[in-house]
Design a protein around this ligand. Structure first.
Ligand SMILES: NC(=O)C1=CN([C@@H]2O[C@H](COP(=O)(O)OP(=O)(O)OC[C@H]3O[C@@H](n4cnc5c(N)ncnc54)[C@H](OP(=O)(O)O)[C@@H]3O)[C@@H](O)[C@H]2O)C=CC1
Ligand SMILES: O=C(O)[C@@H]1CCC=N1
Length: 288
């Protein structure tokens, strides 16, 4: 039985993030496929989504807005301006607009959707991540003043269906993007490297992958469920004069902590830059 029975959700942009959310929402039985729709310019993506998830599709963003109550902006930040300008007449006060676009500020979306400033358009800006695919995502949300408490609750329920949610002030969403939005990619790189390391030491790829994945999963679970400081949990693994401290010495020499902090900082800065470019309708250094 679907949790959200009386609302229809439309995704503008049917790429990776939309797919992660659609799969997560359907797997969680949060909503029925017939209440989901996606629009995209890429016909192949729409065919895939239609075939894989049995959802409705269209190439017409205006039709998508007309036929749905909750509109999720899931296009690249660089495309937000064009998309919002193309749908502003169809977006009325009854629609709830949720953006997952990195960097793009709420007020920029509000101005684009309400150029005459003659209606109240509620926008919730969010930053989810791809583990939504397996209902293990985490999403930070921030809402504009025009979003009612009940609409914000609906937004929370959507993202709770695909993982955890946190509320943050909008000013912190770029940092969220640098940490948990981009974070799965950092972790996948670490997983790949650890698995390679096992193979270098003579393990089969299958065994090495299995050991790596369960080690990452188990460590996160232990940290989450015990609530203990990660430094304390790390110390529990390090026997005096033992193997782990020898390994950690190399992680320190390689600057692992500094590297991760720099990565989050760079991704946060890029999110801020994407937001500025989206407002100015520029692409900055990227050609996408
Ligand atoms: N991927 C991730 O892990 C996360 C992504 N996000 C955010 O989600 C958004 C989407 O990212 P992601 O899914 O990775 O990107 P994708 O490029 O995979 O998906 C975006 C899709 O939107 C399509 N599109 C472009 N312009 C339009 C338009 N005018 N109307 C309808 N569809 C259009 C694109 O087509 P085309 O390819 O032809 O441009 C593409 O198929 C971004 O803003 C990103 O910041 C947020 C959190 C995590
Ligand atoms: O790489 C990106 O820009 C998007 C935003 C967060 C994760 N992916």
């Amino acid at each position: 039985m679907a949790v959200l029975t009386n609302k229809r959700i439309g995704f503008i942009g049917g790429g990776n993030m939309a797919e992660a959310m659609i799969k997560g929402l359907l797997s969680a039985s949060f909503i029925e496929a017939k209440s989901l729709m996606a629009s995209d310019m890429v016909g192949e993506r729409l065919e895939f989504l239609k075939h894989e998830f049995k959802i409705k599709t269209t190439t017409d963003n205006q039709e998508l807005v007309q036929k749905n109550d909750i509109i999720i902006l899931a296009v690249k930040p660089q495309a937000v301006k064009a998309v919002c300008s193309g749908i502003h007449e169809q977006v009325d006060e009854k629609k709830l607009v949720i953006s997952v676009a990195a960097g793009v500020p709420i007020h920029a979306i509000e101005i684009l959707l309400n150029p005459e400033a003659d209606k109240k358009v509620g926008v919730v800006r969010t930053m989810p991540n791809t583990p939504a695919l397996v209902q293990a995502g985490v999403t930070a949300l921030s809402a504009s003043d025009h979003v009612s408490k009940s609409d914000l609750k609906v937004a929370h329920r959507i993202f709770e269906a695909i993982g955890r949610t946190v509320d943050v002030p909008e000013a912190q969403l770029d940092a969220v993007t640098g940490l948990s939005g981009s974070g799965p990619a950092y972790i996948f790189m670490i997983i790949e490297a650890l698995s390679d390391a096992g193979v270098k030491m003579g393990l089969s790829r299958d065994v090495s992958n299995a050991l790596t994945l369960q080690t990452v999963l188990g460590s996160a679970k232990l940290a989450q469920e015990s609530g203990r400081h990660p430094g304390e949990l790390k110390d529990m693994v390090c026997s005096p004069g033992g193997t782990t401290i020898s390994g950690l010495h190399w992680l320190e020499k390689g600057g692992l902590r500094t590297t991760l902090i720099n990565a989050v900082e760079a991704a946060t800065q890029r999110s801020i830059e994407l937001g500025r470019n989206a407002e100015n309708n520029q692409n900055g250094n990227d050609s996408q």
